[in-house]
Ligand binder design. Structure first.
Ligand SMILES: [Zn+2]
Length: 577
């Protein structure tokens, strides 16, 4: 296999990147990075840079628009009929080669003009560094599994949040800014550059692309039949071994690798429910930095080239996916799959690994794995068949009480249209009550997550003026359902936004409740029957004095009717405003 360090045509020194000037060992600081990208703005008519938001430590998160014909606004870009491609670097900012590769990519397009033709049918958006605060928490010790650059950034933000878990809940200012950018431009294709660690293997670069039922079949079909075979062929021709993104089923490689739908908290899973394709790029952290820069350049270049040549088809497919979403799940009322589980089904995968052996460790007192540099191909099971664990019927409308306007603000950032009820209205609504709730022992991404089941009930109530009305006949229907249906893995409820509704807020002293309970037992024959039946059948209940008393409290008019009731309501009819 030929090695893959492209020879540069003579480049004037002002356009050399720090990566090149440092013998391919260094990646520039954030300020140096932005200065380099700014040169494309200052010295060519093809680029503009704008600020999408401010990081918690006060840094500007920049985005570059690159276009051959002045399509510098979302309106102009959309009107042009070109494909909009968004490239993002440094969401985990220690994994940074995408940034250095983007500098070379843009130079090839705008300065040497070798690749200028790639702009014919597309508008490029480039985020040089997404997690800018993490990028500046720079050290040579940040990623012990990684082979360069000399200094590298940190995985999480200054608020210690992992942005690649934040796509749905949007806790961080960085993600709020990103969602606004996404909704304003609504790109046709996304590239997300990372570096992965884990096992050692021969592959230089791996890719993640959603291809299961969590994405429209129009898009998965295009990926499988057209884009991916083309991409693999081209990137391998450049000298880089490729494989699907590698995740172990269990601890060891020989247990198998998996390819399952990504939850929407992740970028690629999020794009899937927005009916768009995201290419997750994962170079391999043990490969030298320069190899990773050039493999990322290769995969970006061939992707952009493919999108440029197939721009009309991609735009049409995205539109079809948007229409299909409304048609299937709104017009036809089909159930929407929102959670998935693994199966034991697999196919064989020829894995290009390295020979390894085990060695006694005096540190752990156990065996430790050692890799050799001897290439070996072995069969591993690839588990890539999932089944649907949970699907929901999507109502025509959701109603969100006005006290949750902060959640409506997040929904708007997701590109969801929300209206306001102009006057109170009597309606029949479907509601959920939480049961068997269990809270996580430890926080996750700063949130205390909760699992539960729901029971549904219907009631006719007066909905007050000012209630938010979210109709689901929108292209963002999958996002709406994933946020508002409580049982989905990334719903507002799961992420702890409704934790206070799991708490009891009022109670009755036992000495006050006891005489009330006695009266209820005497006067209500149905309740009496129920109580004695429970005493007979449920030993824990029988032996728990407080629960026995609570039985009556729950059945008394004093009990809080909204305890464990989800405030968001479903309405199965169109509401005319
Ligand atoms: Zn990463």
């Amino acid at each position: 296999m030929k090695r893959n360090i492209p020879l540069q045509k003579s480049i004037s020194s002002e356009w050399l990147t720090l990566f090149e000037k440092s013998n391919q060992q260094k990646s520039p600081s954030y300020q140096e990075t932005i200065s380099y990208f700014k040169k494309f703005v200052d010295h060519t008519p093809y680029a503009k840079m704008f600020t999408i938001g401010i990081s918690p430590q006060g840094r500007e998160i920049k985005c570059l628009v690159v276009t051959g014909n002045e399509e510098f606004t979302p309106e102009k870009a959309k009107k042009s009929g070109k494909s909009i491609v968004l490239i993002q670097n440094g969401i985990h900012s220690g994994e940074i080669e995408g940034k250095d590769a983007c500098m070379l990519l843009l130079r090839n397009m705008l300065v040497t003009k070798e690749k200028f033709h790639l702009l014919k049918n597309l508008v490029l958006l480039i985020i040089p560094v997404f997690n800018v605060d993490g990028h500046e928490r720079s050290s040579q010790f940040n990623r012990p599994n990684q082979n360069g650059p000399l200094m590298m950034g940190w995985r999480t933000t200054s608020q210690n949040l992992n942005l690649n878990r934040d796509y749905m809940k949007a806790d961080s200012p960085e993600m709020k800014a990103w969602l606004k950018l996404f909704s304003d431009w609504l790109p046709d294709f996304m590239i997300d550059n990372h570096t992965t660690n884990g096992a050692d293997y021969q592959y230089h670069i791996t890719y993640g692309l959603e291809q299961q039922v969590n994405i429209s079949n129009f898009l998965s079909g295009w990926i499988k039949e057209k884009y991916l075979p083309h991409l693999i062929k081209k990137v391998e021709k450049d000298g880089f071994l490729t494989a699907p993104y590698i995740e172990f089923k269990d601890e060891k490689l020989t247990d198998g690798i998996t390819s399952y739908p990504m939850m929407p908290r992740f970028y690629n899973g999020y794009c899937a429910i927005q009916n768009r394709i995201c290419l997750l790029v994962e170079t391999h952290s043990l490969k030298p930095f320069n190899n990773r820069v050039f493999s990322t350049l290769s995969i970006m270049h061939h992707t952009i080239d493919f999108v440029n040549r197939n721009f009309r088809e991609l735009i049409a497919l995205n539109k079809k996916a948007d229409n299909q979403t409304v048609n299937y799940y709104y017009n036809k009322g089909k159930v929407l799959p929102v959670d998935f589980e693994d199966t034991d089904e697999y196919e064989n995968f020829s894995f290009k690994g390295f020979e390894s052996y085990e060695e006694e460790s005096e540190i752990t007192g156990n065996k430790v794995l050692r890799y050799t540099d001897k290439p070996i191909v072995f069969n591993v099971p690839l588990f890539n068949k999932t089944r649907i664990k949970y699907a929901v019927s999507v109502p025509k409308t959701y109603l969100i009480p006005r006290e949750f306007s902060h959640l409506v603000e997040i929904m708007k950032l997701h590109g969801i249209k929300c209206d306001v009820l102009p006057s109170s209205m009597k309606m029949t609504v479907n509601r959920y009550k939480f049961v068997n709730d269990q809270f996580a022992q430890r926080p996750y991404e700063g949130k205390q997550q909760v699992t539960f089941y729901v029971i549904q009930f219907t009631e006719k109530i007066k909905i007050p003026k000012g209630t938010f009305v979210v109709r689901t006949n929108q292209r963002t229907l999958r996002v709406i359902a994933n946020l508002l249906e409580p049982m989905t893995p990334d719903s507002f409820v799961r992420w702890g936004f409704f934790n206070s509704f799991f708490e009891r807020k009022e109670y009755a002293e036992p000495y006050v409740m006891e005489p009330i309970a006695k009266k209820m037992l005497r006067d209500d024959s149905i309740l009496r029957k129920e109580f004695y039946a429970k005493l007979d059948s449920d030993e824990n209940f029988r032996n728990n004095p407080l629960e026995r008393l609570d039985f009556f409290y729950r059945n008394s008019p004093n009990f809080d009717k909204i305890e464990k009731v989800y405030p968001v309501m479903r309405v199965d009819e169109k509401i005319l405003l």
